[in-house]
Design a protein around this ligand. Sequence first.
Ligand SMILES: *[C@@H]1O[C@H](CO)[C@@H](O)[C@H](O)[C@H]1NC(C)=O
Ligand SMILES: *[C@@H]1O[C@H](CO)[C@@H](O)[C@H](O)[C@H]1NC(C)=O
Ligand SMILES: *[C@@H]1O[C@H](CO)[C@@H](O)[C@H](O)[C@H]1NC(C)=O
Ligand SMILES: *[C@@H]1O[C@H](CO)[C@@H](O)[C@H](O)[C@H]1NC(C)=O
Length: 664
Amino acid sequence: MGAAKLLSLCLVLAAVAWTEGQRPRAVKVGALFDYDSTIGRAAQLSIELAVDDVNADRSVLAGTKMDLIMADTNCSGFVGTVQALQLMEKNVVAVVGPQSSVIGHVISHFVNELHVPLLSFAATDPTLSASEYSYFLRSTVSDYFQMCAIASIASYYQWKEVTAIFVDDDYGRGGVSALGDALATKRARISYKAVIPPDANKDVISDILFKVNMMESRVLVVHVNPDTGLRIFSIANELQMMTGGYVWIVTDWLAAVLDSSKSGYPKNMSYMQGLIALRQHIPDSAAKKKFISKWNTAARKRKIASGLNSYGFYAYDSVWIVAHAIDKFLNSGQQINFSADTRLHDSDTSIITLSTLKIFDGGEHLLQQLLLTNFTGLAGLVQFDSDRNLVHPAYEILNIGGSVPGLIGYWSNYSGLSVAAPETLYQKPPNMSSSAQQLSTMVWSGDSTTKPRGWVFPNNGQPLRIGVPNKPSFKEFVASGKGPDNVTGYCIDIFNAAVKLLPYPVPSKFISIGDGIHNPKYDDIINMVANNTIDVAVGDFAIIKNRTRIAEFTQPYIESGMVIVAPVKQSTSSAWAFFKPFTLEMWCVTGALFVFVGIVVWILEHRTNEEFRGTPQQQVLTIFWFAFSTMFFAHSKKHRKWSWAFRPDHMVICGADHQLKLHC
Ligand SMILES: *[C@@H]1O[C@H](CO)[C@@H](O)[C@H](O)[C@H]1NC(C)=O
Ligand SMILES: *[C@@H]1O[C@H](CO)[C@@H](O)[C@H](O)[C@H]1NC(C)=O
Ligand SMILES: *[C@@H]1O[C@H](CO)[C@@H](O)[C@H](O)[C@H]1NC(C)=O
Ligand SMILES: *[C@@H]1O[C@H](CO)[C@@H](O)[C@H](O)[C@H]1NC(C)=O
């Protein structure tokens, strides 16, 4: 009996030792997306093809099979969260997904605790990059970059204000908040935000678009979900908003929809002309071409009606990112173990068994391996930078119109807008200068190539109300009662000249403010601009701090201030310039003193002093020599006294200005 026990113990030990150095036979990876959605339909087949490729590849995860467990989030935050938890119960080591930013936000809190990395190919909300979501990684381009691209486009066409139309969920809000930041760097802004509730019906959207139409801006950025977005355009078309004068800039969802619809444009969509749409830039490569044909063959076999879009490539790459990371994880000798979470207890009163959720012990190590990813996938170089974004984010800028979307250029984080493909620019130094920003000619709605102005006059084309002070003084600047507009003056001339420079007519009417007998209060006129009683004020207004707080001013066109007028004398330098410091009288007095001192000294000295005797020539010479030396000594002594006496006063005058004091 004893020997048999010992033998079985030995066998158990041997088995443990054998499995220790051995890699697991299979590793479970989850996938989380909406099966029945534009992105999901393309992603599902891509993910399945990727798993087949990984399992067929001997160089990655050799000897270990990747088991994929897919779950349908069914376009619902609630279903998605529950499905995600059920995936965790099955001890997956990583999850490809979620597709939706909304679900990404919720389940990030679970995976942070359970240490299961998420690798999303479609959740583009920029706020998911926050360090709060440490187990969330994005294998697609963050909307942060897409919004930078839109801001660059707006700046390229010199549009200063845009209206954002977006769906009211994490995806929409996060994107539009990034848009506001991106526009601010180009000195533009979002002038109106039109929020579309996620489940809005036609009437609601119609009301929202009607309000958009009342606004000044005609540049409309549409950031909504692919599966409901097209409705907006059909409603806008009914409201006559798809005509010339409107600029529609559409985020990548539209390109995904168009790429997925096999017949090109969905039916009855001829009005979708002249739109600008963005699409993630997937560089052309042999691998990409091969994958597209493989995907299409598989789709035909399975009778999948929709086509491949950019997200399909990212989904394919995501599976490979996970495969490479798990491979390195196992190669470094790590084991796949799960342990109970001490913070999750089952309570007797609840039928939800939370204790089935286990912590993945090696999760942190796997996350590090994911961040170190470095290989070339279908979408180009797959590498994460220090902000956990894919390197080299780039977009294609499409001109929707005709039978296929025409490419008018690219945007890359590296060098902004360009006509050349970004991958050809990475070799050169980045050139962000505005002269280097280029796009091909765009065909706008109504088959026009002239760039729309991007805004209309408020109040549906009512003339601008221009306030002009009516006053008795300084009539050269502004005066009422004369001229074609009943106002004249220098300020009016400048205003009219500036308006003439604009490439479009500005309907306007002048309104005189004041009775012409008393000066109107200029602060009140500026207040009228602030209160929207008038649109503009023209006149000799001084730009002072208080006024700039409530109204915007043009550049000053005339300067005023106090000046001193003095005649200018030409100074000619001559050999006698050393006479300049003293006037002629002063020189004469100095000379007279000189002689006088000499004579006085001679009178006093010549009787007792031998030096002052001799021939008259000698005596005169001595007198002058003596007088000269005495004067010089007295003068320098006096001068020193003068400077001592005045020094304190100087210090007072100079005050705290040390430089001046030294000078003094
Ligand atoms: C998905 O949602 C639809 C309604 O939105 C529902 O009819 C369907 O049963 C759901 N499918 C699953 C698998 O939950
Ligand atoms: C984008 O560009 C900025 C500035 O040039 C740079 O700091 C940043 O690292 C870039 N990001 C990516 C993902 O390339
Ligand atoms: C950037 O491009 C512009 C226009 O193509 C060119 O004039 C300029 O020299 C370029 N600057 C650099 C630094 O390459
Ligand atoms: C500036 O405005 C404030 C409040 O509007 C007012 O109290 C103040 O007197 C003004 N100052 C001048 C110099 O007009």
